[in-house]
Design a protein around this ligand. Structure first.
Ligand SMILES: [Zn+2]
Length: 212
């Protein structure tokens, strides 16, 4: 499978060298499971003497790193209770395999579960589910958000994102993505700095924040 949009080359290099923090690593594994192009790039980067690494000291990349990463991914056997559409990199992170702690957020048809919190790097990692046709309310990002579509599709402004696609929303950007109407959308998002709703939801968010 070849998605239309991919993580940056610097992310792939960070994955291979081990510089990617756990949230980024998990997000990249979600994409790699659905993208032959980036999986091939990772293999080239990881191979001893790989074509992108010839100018770097070979000691920086252990020769068995790719085998160890792939072994770890393959060792994560899927539990029977969890949605079979979820890749193993996500399933292994669910707080409770049988009953994940789903939350809603001011909107029917939308739910999420936190996969990693307060981990190094200041990023949270979330599994998000949007029912078919659900539009997520307009919101602005307090920091960088990167996401991988796992299943279904998302219309985001001019963009149409499908399984495997990598999405980047810069700090300060605003959008109101909508799940395509014929299929539920599952995605994993790595987010920094939270999100801020527009309109009446923003007022509610402010009130909720000042009350807590
Ligand atoms: Zn890719």
């Amino acid at each position: 499978m070849t998605p239309h949009s991919h993580p940056s080359e610097s992310h792939l290099i960070a994955y291979v060298t081990g510089d990617a923090e756990p949230q980024l690593r998990a997000l990249l594994e979600c994409h790699l499971g659905l993208c032959d192009t980036c999986s091939t790039a990772i293999a080239l980067l990881s191979a001893p003497g790989g074509q992108w690494l010839v100018q770097t000291p070979p000691a920086e990349v252990p020769g068995d790193l790719f085998d160890r990463v792939m072994g770890r991914i393959q060792a994560q056997a899927p539990p029977a209770e969890v949605d079979p559409a979820l890749p193993s990199a996500v399933r292994s992170l669910l707080p409770s395999q049988a009953r994940p702690d789903w939350k809603g957020i001011l909107k029917q048809g939308f739910r999420f579960v936190e996969l990693m919190k307060d981990a190094p790097g200041g990023f949270g990692l979330y599994l998000v589910h949007l029912s078919a046709g659900t539009r997520f309310p307009l919101h602005r990002h307090g920091g960088l958000e990167e996401a991988v579509i796992l299943a279904g599709g998302l219309a985001d402004g001019e963009q149409r994102l499908e399984a495997g696609d990598w999405s980047t929303s810069e700090a300060g950007s605003a959008h109101a993505p909508r799940a395509l109407k014929d299929e539920d959308c599952w995605l994993v998002a790595r987010m920094e700095g939270g999100i801020h709703f527009s309109g009446w939801r923003g007022w509610l968010q402010t009130l909720a924040g000042s009350a807590s």
